[in-house]
Write a protein of this length. Structure first.
Lengths: 472, 373
């Protein structure tokens, strides 16, 4: 069930109505657990056992970790839980990729690889709930949480339907304590959630989907389009992926708010970032936090010599890229971001030693912003391109942009490509500005929520356009 | 220019520039505002005609194109109007202008209107005619009622699939939200009751698309200001298309198998009577003669289907279909794109054949028989 469909609207209304009509939290949690499984099963009921399996593995692993007599034993159980869960993820998501890569390597070496690819269906959202399972058992190991006695509570956390299939990835330490508290209907939270949901609805159905309709044909056959059109397509994807993912996250957070739960923000206007370090503090915050806490820091983080820190950054970003999908394109994307982050860290270290010359602040700011966003913009190309060859074709087209004809520029939807991004980044993202000019009125909020939903309906792109991050 | 994007952008700004006030917000208050707002929206929606709201849709553009064609001929009320209501086979296979010329040269002037749409189901075809009639000016409507109107409905096996099968395809989602008015959704549901596959569920796609139509979902997704409606012609010849099949295999298949006398599993075209009845209910005064026509085909299953429908029609009913002599002329590989669609050279031949058929059955077609339509 995609959030912007009638079936989800019906499901949400029924779930909310039943949820808040129950008086006892224990029954609300049970209802939520069933609703979670129903939501997941709507995609494909065959994967409900998989989801239940991940919950069971997490549940028993945490208890084994907690009850272990020695730290070494705890570590062993933690490792076993991680290996098992990552193994499940690896099988469903990466088996064919690695088999294919191995096959290519064998054949390049002159051998013959006799195996064929496996028929594996990728379960929706597997990357998200597996990472949450790992977050949970790691938190128990680090004694930041005690192992959850109540299976249903753990199931609600791991399978929480608002964020089940496309995040945000919630740390166990953030969400499980909320499950322990008594739920009371908070009308302020409800309306904050409604605002977030309405914003996300506009982002996804109006901006992201309409950009997608423009972008998809260009990325499907980049060689058939003029350089200016290819540039428009790349710019369109730069906007699409943000609005798509940020929109979905906002809707997920909004739905969680309706149920009385808080979820962390997943985006903080990333196209305001003036450095790669800043970008990764604003983009897919839940994933970058998870990678920092469970990969970068365990690898050693920034302890030790600089080359060690850079190594850890590269490994983290490579695996972060691989998390997005079983494709060399994603690995390249992760690698380039990793290199850019290392360069950023090196630059900061060098500057901290004191430079004789510094650019004037506004110049430095503009320069940093343009450089950062240029890197981000270019990195989205291999991320979206169907294959490596297409990515090269697009880069080649961009290289010819200045010398080629711009006659087709008038056919591009420039307003759609540019205005929503500018407004989101420089007006909405400017918190002091919006706070200064805000109208404080309950009725105004009700009216704007309604207007946003109606506008979303009138301007939405029809034809199914799933959330980009569903494929992860 | 996609200037209408400013509307959702302004709404987005409004959403972020409003915050809850010092008083405790109220769900009842919000519900009152939302229900009132939705009612006002509903009233506004009801006042805006679909022809204006969905002016960029395929149906509207086709209708506009044929209206312009009709209006170009000032003397059209004095001659019969022949409406072709077919599939992609007719879209690429019949040149309306050439057909008009052939009829005129034979002393039978007529205005040919082509409402052919790829993949259109019965409900969509009904809607297309509704839109055409609603788009006529009052004097034009009156003139049409006094003109002899012949509706030629193409016989095509795909129409036999239940009318809602196309709703699952993305490319038809935009079309569905235009034609699935309450009346059409109900017709689609009734037609579906005749489906031989009771386990298929029409309710969800019908409901979703009907609600999308009622709430004008996506009406402004192109973000452009309404302007002059761009027409879509009724004939698209396949000029440079390379053949997409094995001619010798299909032709040999046709030659090798004798036509069976009945089709396996039920009768074809289960909705054609309901479709005709619905057509009579909606346009009863307008359509004077409603007949089927079947285009030449190389697909054996299509030929069987055409033959079986022929057998089901009441005695004396007219159906235009190619005979053995006509098929001999079509037995040339260069005429065909695939077993169903002809290329441009084939379209010239098909048009010539159809003109000859219309002329052969002229007296029957010019009889007014709304009771048997």
């Amino acid at each position: 069930m995609i959030f912007n469909t009638l079936s989800f609207a019906i499901f949400l209304v029924i779930t909310l109505g039943a949820y808040w009509s129950l008086r006892e939290d224990v029954w609300r949690r049970r209802l939520l657990f069933v609703a979670n499984l129903f939501f997941y099963g709507w995609w494909d009921w065959r994967f409900i056992p998989l989801l239940l399996g991940v919950i069971i593995v997490s549940y028993f692993s945490a208890h084994l970790i907690q009850k272990a007599r020695t730290r070494g034993q705890s570590k062993l159980w933690l490792a076993a839980a991680c290996v098992l869960q990552l193994g499940i993820l690896g099988y469903f998501k990466y088996a064919n990729f690695f088999l294919g890569a191995l096959q290519e390597a064998v054949e390049r070496a002159g051998g013959h690889a006799g195996w064929t690819s496996l028929h594996i269906i990728l379960p929706v959202g597997i990357s998200f709930y597996i990472f949450q399972g790992i977050s949970y058992v790691a938190s128990v190991y680090e004694k930041r949480l005690t192992a959850e006695e109540n299976f249903v509570k753990l199931g609600v956390y791991l399978a929480f339907f608002p964020h089940l299939v496309a995040g945000p990835i919630i740390h166990a330490t953030f969400f499980l304590p909320q499950l322990a508290e008594k739920r009371r209907f908070d009308v302020h939270l409800f309306f904050e959630g409604a605002k977030k949901f309405a914003t996300g609805f506009l982002y996804k159905t109006v901006f992201a989907d309409n950009l997608g309709a423009f972008v998809d044909p260009i990325f499907r056959a980049p060689a058939e389009h003029a350089p200016i059109v290819v540039f428009g397509g790349a710019l369109g994807f730069y906007g699409q992926i943000y609005f798509d993912f940020a929109g979905y996250s906002l809707m997920a957070i909004g739905v969680a708010n309706f149920l009385g739960y808080l979820l962390p923000d997943n985006f903080n206007h990333p196209y305001r970032a003036t450095s790669m370090i800043d970008f990764w503090r604003r983009w897919h915050i839940s994933l970058s936090t998870w990678l920092r806490d469970y990969l970068y820091i365990p690898l050693g983080g920034n302890r030790g010599p600089k080359w060690f820190q850079y190594r850890n950054i590269l490994i983290t970003m490579l695996l972060g890229g691989l998390w997005h999908g079983a494709s060399w394109n994603f690995i390249w994307w992760g690698a380039i971001h990793g290199i850019a982050l290392c360069i950023n860290h090196a630059w900061r270290d060098w500057r901290s030693r004191g430079l004789e010359f510094r650019f004037p602040a506004p110049v430095a700011w503009v320069g940093s912003l343009l450089l950062t966003q240029a890197v981000v913009f270019l990195c989205w190309i291999p991320f979206r391109a169907q294959n490596f060859q297409d990515a090269l074709t697009i880069f080649s087209a961009l290289g010819q942009l200045a010398a080629s004809s711009w006659a087709l520029a008038v056919t591009l939807p420039w307003l759609l490509l540019v205005i929503p991004l500018l407004v989101d980044t420089w007006i909405i993202g400017n918190k002091p500005l919006t706070a200064r000019f805000s109208l404080r009125s309950n009725v105004a909020v009700y009216v704007m929520i309604l207007l946003a939903m109606i506008t979303g309906l009138l301007f939405m792109h029809l034809g199914k356009v799933p959330f980009i991050y569903f494929q992860f | 220019m996609d200037i209408l994007v400013l509307i959702p952008v302004l709404v987005l700004l409004g959403l972020h520039l409003t915050t809850l006030g010092p008083k405790r917000p109220s769900l009842k208050g919000a519900a009152l505002v939302w229900v009132t707002g939705l009612l006002l929206f509903g009233i506004a929606r009801a006042l805006v005609p679909d022809e204006l709201l969905f002016r960029e849709s395929e149906i509207m553009r086709r209708v506009q194109s044929q209206l312009r064609h009709m209006r170009k001929q000032k003397d059209w009320p004095q001659h019969p109007v022949i409406i072709l209501n077919g599939s992609s086979l007719s879209l690429v296979g019949i040149d309306g202008d050439a057909l008009e010329k052939a009829l005129r040269d034979a002393g039978r002037p007529a205005t040919v209107l082509q409402f052919n749409m790829a993949g259109a189901n019965h409900v969509e075809r009904l809607h297309l005619l509704d839109v055409f009639v609603n788009s006529l000016k009052p004097k034009e409507r009156e003139a049409l009622e006094h003109t002899h109107v012949v509706l030629l409905s193409e016989v095509m096996r795909r129409y036999d699939e239940h009318p809602l099968v196309f709703l699952t395809k993305d490319e038809y989602a935009e079309r569905a939200r235009v034609y699935l008015t309450l009346q059409n959704a109900w017709a689609g549901y009734r037609f579906h009751q005749l489906d031989r596959h009771p386990d298929s569920n029409p309710v969800t796609p019908l409901l979703e698309n009907m609600l999308a139509q009622i709430f004008a979902v996506g009406a402004f997704s192109d973000m452009k200001l309404p302007g002059r409606i761009r027409g879509i012609g009724g004939y698209f010849p396949l000029k440079k298309a390379e053949p997409n099949f094995s001619f010798s295999q299909s032709w040999a298949a046709r030659e090798a198998e004798p036509l069976p006398t009945n089709t396996p599993g039920g009768h074809p075209y289960p909705w054609w009577q309901e479709y005709r009845e619905e057509l009579r209910n909606r346009q009863g005064d307008l359509i004077d003669q409603n007949v089927f026509y079947a285009l030449p085909t190389l697909a054996p299953e299509e030929k069987v289907y055409q033959y079986t429908l022929r057998c089901l029609l009441p005695p004396g009913a007219t159906m235009l279909e190619p005979d053995a002599e006509a098929y001999r002329k079509f037995a040339q590989e260069e005429l065909w794109f695939d077993a169903y669609h002809v290329r441009e050279a084939g379209a010239a031949q098909t048009t010539e054949w159809l003109a000859a058929e219309i002329l052969k059955h002229w007296d029957e077609l010019m009889r007014s028989n709304p009771a048997e339509n």
